[in-house]
Write a protein that binds this ligand. Structure first.
Ligand code: ATP
Ligand code: SF4
Ligand code: MG
Length: 342
């Protein structure tokens, strides 16, 4: 049974907003095929904040672009699997339907705020534009009021709506991006490292604001981050990605304090992971992620894993479920280390 199905046992399916099953995504480049997502399973419930963590190149942004069907033309390709947003089959939905979904049902805050801002439009016009596209029955007056409301919500004076992006600091630009992303109160917000470029105080303010919006609108969020403090303070559950797969998933408590741990997560979190520690950054792990155009047999982590066994070099590990906690590692399989066999 795929991991997401196990995870959903007992959960009312109508509460689920997003379900990704056995997703495979490649980039077809002149140098060859890059296997960016390799059998990814993930589900997000309404109102839930899911932290998505993993080293650079793990496939986090590719997952987000796949959900929005915004992979680069001709190069990015969803090979197989399924992505469901409530009743919509994202992979097969007509482009016209995707246009309605983007910015309305799902919004994304991109890694670099400047990629989502138009330098020749004022920030007010940019917020108004999303509202006009998705709310054709709103009057000019209502749109203006909503623009002011969104700017106020992200801590920017509405008087500045006639300014252009270059007139704002990095942190303020990111707030504008967040205001645009939230203008239509999406059901799902994918925030790709939304605060990396901000200083810590502004970071905390922006995250606090996003939490407030979640409370107010029951927005589900996927928060992509390298910052463990951000995960511990803002997320309900966590997915750890490696080489295009979710290799560990659970509640924040499962991931930080669970008895079982994936060796990759143990490496990333350092030796004594603790929800209360001030430690924020991921620990560097010796070695590199495998070349995504030439993935190894067996467990993708085996070349770097301190617990590697013979089986790891030849056989991909299955997802093992411990209540709400999933770990994809042979270490956790019955019969290993004296574990009871099923
Ligand atoms: N347009 C592209 N063409 C070719 N390969 C790509 C393209 N975009 C991403 N990749 C490759 O796909 C893999 C996954 O990349 P992705 O950007 O999804 O990783 P990420 O987890 O978001 O990393 P980061 O933390 O650095 O943002 C990487 O090996 C990357 O080099
Ligand atoms: S399956 Fe093997 S190589 Fe992979 S993380 Fe587990 S112990 Fe390490
Ligand atoms: Mg990325």
């Amino acid at each position: 049974m795929p991991f997401s199905s196990r995870m959903n046992k007992g959960i009312n399916m109508s509460e689920q907003i997003l379900e990704i099953k056995d997703l495979h995504v490649v980039y077809n480049t002149d140098e060859g095929t890059v296997y960016a997502i390799n059998g990814m399973d993930l589900s997000v419930e309404k109102g839930q904040v899911l932290g998505l963590v993993g080293e650079t190149g793990a496939g986090k942004t590719t997952m987000a672009l796949s959900v929005l069907r915004l992979l680069p033309d001709r190069i990015g390709e969803i090979k197989s699997g399924s992505i469901r947003l409530e009743d919509t089959d994202i992979i097969r939905a007509p482009e016209a339907e995707m246009k309605k979904i983007r910015g309305n049902k799902i919004s994304m805050i991109f890694q670099d705020p400047m990629t989502s801002l138009n330098p020749i439009m004022t920030v007010g016009e940019q917020i108004a534009e999303v509202l006009e596209i998705h709310n054709r029955d709103m009057t000019k007056q209502q749109i203006e009021e909503r623009v002011d409301e969104m700017l106020t919500l992200v801590g920017i004076s509405p008087e500045r709506k006639t300014d252009y992006p270059h007139q704002f600091s990095g942190g303020m630009k990111q707030r504008v991006v967040i205001a645009i992303a939230l203008a239509c109160t999406p059901d799902l917000l994918i925030a790709d490292e939304p605060t990396t470029a901000l200083d810590v105080t502004i970071q905390d303010q922006v995250l606090q604001m996003m939490r407030g919006l979640k409370e107010k609108f029951n927005t589900a969020m996927i928060l992509i981050t390298h910052d463990l403090g951000v995960v511990a303070n803002n997320c309900d559950s966590v997915a750890i990605m490696y080489a295009g797969e979710v290799i560990e998933y659970g509640t924040v408590e499962d991931i930080f304090e669970g008895e079982e741990r994936h060796p990759y997560t143990a490496g990333l979190f350092g030796s004594i992971p603790d929800l209360t520690k001030k430690e924020r950054r991921l620990h560097p792990i010796d070695g590199l992620m495998p070349d995504p155009s030439n993935l190894p047999e067996g467990c993708a982590f085996h070349e770097r894993c301190p617990k590697c066994m013979d089986i790891c070099r030849t056989t991909k590990p299955e997802a093992m479920q411990f209540g709400t906690h999933m770990i994809r590692c042979h270490c956790c399989a019955p019969g290993i280390d004296g574990r009871e066999t099923a």
